[in-house]
Design a protein around this ligand. Sequence first.
Ligand code: SF4
Ligand code: SF4
Length: 638
Amino acid sequence: MTKLFSYQNRPMHMGPYALEKLKYTKQLPNYTTLPSMAPLAFIKPAAPLSIVNAMAEYQAMMDVIRDGVVKKQVASIPESPNERSQHLKSFGYFCDASMMGTCAIPDSAWLDQPYANPSVDRLSHALATKQISSLASGIDVVMAMLREAMQAPVTDCLHHSHALVFLYEYTRDAKTNEPGTDWLQDAQAQRAALRASESASVLSAYIRSLGFSARAHSASAAEVDLQHLAVAAGLCSIDGDTINNPYLGSRFGLAVVTTDLELASNDYLLAGQTPPLSSYLRPSHDRIRKPAQAYKQRRFVDGAMPFESIKRADQPTTYIDQANVQRVPKRADLFARSLFGDMGPKVQNAARNGNYVRKSASAFAFRQALGAFTLLQDGGKAPTVDPSVGDAQRNADNIKATAYWLGCDAVGISDCPDWVYYSHNAAGEAIVPYHNQAISIVIDQGHETMEGASGDDWISCAQSMRAYLRFSLLGGVLAQQIRNLGYSANVHTVMGSEVVQPPLTLLSGLGEVSRIGEVILNPFLGPRLKSGTVTTNMPMTHDKPIDFGLQKFCESCNKCARECPSGAITSGPKLMFNGYEIWKSDSQKCTTYRLTTEGGAMCGRCMKTCPWNLEGLFKELPFRWAASHLPRAAKTLA
Ligand code: SF4
Ligand code: SF4
């Protein structure tokens, strides 16, 4: 039903659940019945195939970077604690929290015995001695950030007065014999904690960049009791020795940011209530809740979007002359060329130290975690291949279902031909193609912010960074799982990739080439996506490319070419370029504009204005049908 309704009139800070329809009280809750919270273990030695084991290093990394240096200059921010809370809650919902709350920290919330993640020391030691992979670029910046984070004094949060609480709901439990769910048993708590930690790391970095002290607390490393704070923030009520939320019961995980920034305090949730019926008959935030709702009816292995309704083809709708695709060095990448000064000092300065990200506090908040995850992109594998991964179809099912269960938006699998590898890495060393299988993953950049943006403004870079970080985390967990099973696997992220990703996205059936150029357009998300790749040699069955009529549509449409502020997008026909038949955009114009624009950080106006940038509502189905079947109507539809 919710697909019938748009969320667009609901303020972002109110989130996807109708918390405003619940009953609240000013009466102090009795915390004494709640036992002190125990740390959550991210290791399951008795279940070596469990995905939980693959989350361990990533969770530890987030527990390493949960604090850091506070910016000396204090930003101009609203005086009103209520307004501050609304901004921070909106940011939490942007990061996909199910529910957000703020409160003053009650004395009872401080733990007598803070708990630390036992994997952090091991990880810190490994990082100190790690041979940095040739995948990684900008590693010096990353290491400086990590050193800062590791040096943050442990006691430095005791003066914090307020807390921001993140609640992440569990997804559906895997059913007995459900295809692709071999690794997912008994892992909901860790999945929710991992996702909550990601957001808490980002928001704590954001608050520090505003000039206030802030530290993230997770289910595996904390100085505060997360459950007490969920009650204090009005998200849960106490039910004996446990806490409950009226919408979710106890099916959720938590994370917290404590800070010395004054925030608003919620009233307390009245215990023993059920949500009113009217709270379900209301618009829902599309991106946050729709996947969870979709999996009530759909198998994880199929994903939340109905890809089965899209026509498959033996070859991509874009001709690729594979024999004549020249492998290019990483140095030819426009961002690398900007850094080397090929486009002049203005562009070089904008690219240096990630200044084009740094100038937007909400975008830069993602950078610390993004950089830290770069250090986990590759690594050693188990000495022997687990006997359970001998079947290519079963492997593909497990990879896809796990990726969707973790929170990826679209997943496709293809071979990884030699011609998609860069010829040389960022250090100028020749790359010998090493993996023959590719898992392509797409993350939605978010309709709600795309709809509220002009495309080239201050949210664009944060949208990109959010999606890049999500892939780095979830793709990283998948790669680690493959390594735990005995096959090598590398993650190719925005900060370190040895493969050119658009052709892999194309081969794996996640979209078609669009007029925007190297942007692959997905039939359900339009061009509003970021992609990432995991490469491996683990055998998997492959997906076929898709054909939803986009080539003819883009031929007639031209809207992005008209809207592009830098004139980078061609309005002419497709051309052969380095073995690919594409609409060749002027990447230099686009990169220069994105790096140097003074009206914002980066740009995505082509994505914003494309008629395929849809919310995913029932009422939009006729557009999709007409766009796929009546390409000559493109101009009218656009
Ligand atoms: Fe902006 Fe580049 Fe897209 Fe043009 S092609 S609209 S400059 S992101
Ligand atoms: Fe294609 Fe039109 Fe979208 Fe451009 S705006 S990518 S031409 S559909």
